[in-house]
Each structure stands twice: as C-alpha cells, then as structure tokens.
Design a protein around this ligand. Structure first.
Ligand SMILES: [Zn+2]
Length: 291
C-alpha cells in the first residue's frame, strides 16, 4: 500500500497565528495562511494524476489505488472546522484530522461537537495521543499504552464507532510507540517519515507523511502529493539530516530550534539543520562550562 500524505497543521487568517492550535514560534512555523492554503488546493486540483482519498477509503480498498493523495492535519486546532474542512469539501475532498484528546474544548482547539460534526461530514478523525508529549518515544511502556488507549477510547465515545488511525506527535516514531498504538487497536499509524510506501508493524500499517510548513510553495505541495520522485527524495534527504542532527545534538536540539524560530531564522542558503548543529554544539559548550 502507498499514498502521498501531506502533513499539515493549522490554517489561519493572516496575522492570527494564535487563533488555532498550539502557540509559539515552533508551532507557528507549521501554520499556513488561508491564502496560501487556497493556493495549495488550487495547485493540487490541477494535477491530473492525483486522486485524493482518506485513510478510511485506503483501509477498505487495500491496494486498489495507485498512490492516492491524502490530506492530514495534526493537533486538532479549531481551524479544522473554521477554515480547512469547507475548503476541502469545495473540491469534493475530505481530510484526516488527528486529535490530542487532553486539548479537546480548550481555547483554540476543536470541541466535542466540532469533532463529531467533522466526522459526520465524512472527514476521518484519529488519535494524536492524549497529552501530545514532547518526546513520546521516551515514555514508559505503560505511559505509551495510556496515551493511545485512552485517547482512542475518548474519540470512539465521541464518534460512536472505533477509532482506527492515529498520528505520532512530534514525529518521534519508534517501534515501541507503534507497538503500543497497535495494542490500542489502531489499524494505521501515521508518522513523519517523508515516504509514500506503507509497511506493516504487526497487524497495523505504518504510513509516512510529507511535511508542509508555512512557506511551502503551492507548486511544491502539488509535486509532493503527486509523489514526484525528486521532490520526495529531497524531503527524505532533509529528514535524514535532521535525524542525524538530533542524534548528535541530543536534548539541546529542541531548545536551539525554539531559539531559531523565535528569532525568525530564515536562511535560504544554509540548511537550518547545519546551522542548528553548530548552534547547539556551541550551546552545549556554554551550558557545560556554566554547570
Ligand atoms: Zn502534533
């Protein structure tokens, strides 16, 4: 099975970054303005080789389709219903929305009634854990079980049917994270590896996703959802570089990332992760010398 799944977060009116989802410099990097999202949808609609599907359709039809495109949205910010769903529906499409259940009903996030409304309009609702932990891969087995099982139970109660899919918060996928999700009954777990081919973890499918950030051009979104080999390959190279940086920089990676985004770092010539690496290493030295 394979699919070109785009990974979005929030879509907000210009100048209203804090109106939906998590707030802060890092979260804002993943929020698109309504205008840019509209441009993405128009560009994708003009791709002749793209058919948009949902995770539910793929699970039903198995491998009958040739690499369809999927829209996925993490964090369940209120823009899922105020901005995103109607725009998708205007093209006859439906999205896949992943909910961190501890945030249901909080300011800027979907309420119970809004989650149910999205479901009734044909969108897929999945788990995004309960607490959206900073590093889900570092939780104990018992904590992992609770994150997937409790969030799935809460959403199943709201939808009045079993939740069958989820997505990994923060992209911190591991085999332990997947095993706990499978034990909670999920059939598809989306992570953030920029790949189109799905693979099995026990009885559950693991599906990669192609990242969208605030400045992703519409032309690139269209190439990603078309599974354009060179565009997908570039994303994989970037992702592998980021994983290496995280492995080298360890716990200072997140702090450095937040610092960079707070200062609106936007170099087009030097890769962010190259710069992160040098920054975190100097940060490491400063911290070590001051402790
Ligand atoms: Zn998230």
């Amino acid at each position: 099975m394979q699919a070109a799944t785009l990974l979005y977060h929030d879509v907000v009116p210009t100048g209203q970054l804090d109106s939906s989802g998590f707030c802060g410099a890092v979260a804002n990097r993943y929020k698109l303005t309504c205008d840019r999202f509209d441009a993405h949808l128009f560009a994708i609609a003009t791709c002749r080789n793209v058919t948009v599907a949902t995770a539910r359709e793929l699970l039903r039809e198995a491998s009958n389709r040739q690499c369809p495109g999927l829209f996925s949205f993490d964090d369940a910010g209120v823009s899922a219903i105020t901005e995103i769903s109607e725009r998708l529906e205007a093209f006859g499409w439906r999205g896949n929305f992943f909910v961190p259940t501890n945030y249901i009903g909080q300011s800027g996030f979907l309420s119970v009634a809004q989650i149910l409304e999205l479901h009734e309009r044909g969108h897929v609702i999945g788990s995004h854990s309960c607490s959206h932990p900073r590093r889900i891969d570092e939780l104990s087995d018992r904590e992992l079980q609770a994150e997937w099982a409790e969030s799935s139970a809460i959403l199943s109660d709201i939808l009045r049917e079993p939740v069958f899919c989820g997505s990994v918060p923060g992209g911190f996928y591991s085999a332990r994270v997947a095993t706990a999700a499978e034990q909670a009954g999920l059939k598809i777990l989306f992570n953030s590896e920029p790949v189109c081919r799905w693979f099995k973890h026990g009885s559950m499918w693991i599906a990669g996703r192609l990242p969208i950030v605030d400045h992703t051009p519409a032309t690139k979104a269209a190439k990603l959802v078309s599974a354009d080999p060179m565009t997908v390959f570039r994303e994989q190279a970037l992702w592998n570089g980021k994983k290496l940086t995280k492995a080298v920089a360890g716990r200072f990676y997140q702090r450095a990332s937040e610092w960079l985004h707070r200062h609106k770092y936007r170099s087009r010539k030097v890769s962010v992760d190259d710069s992160l690496l040098s920054l975190v290493l100097s940060n490491d030295r400063r911290t070590t010398s001051s402790e």
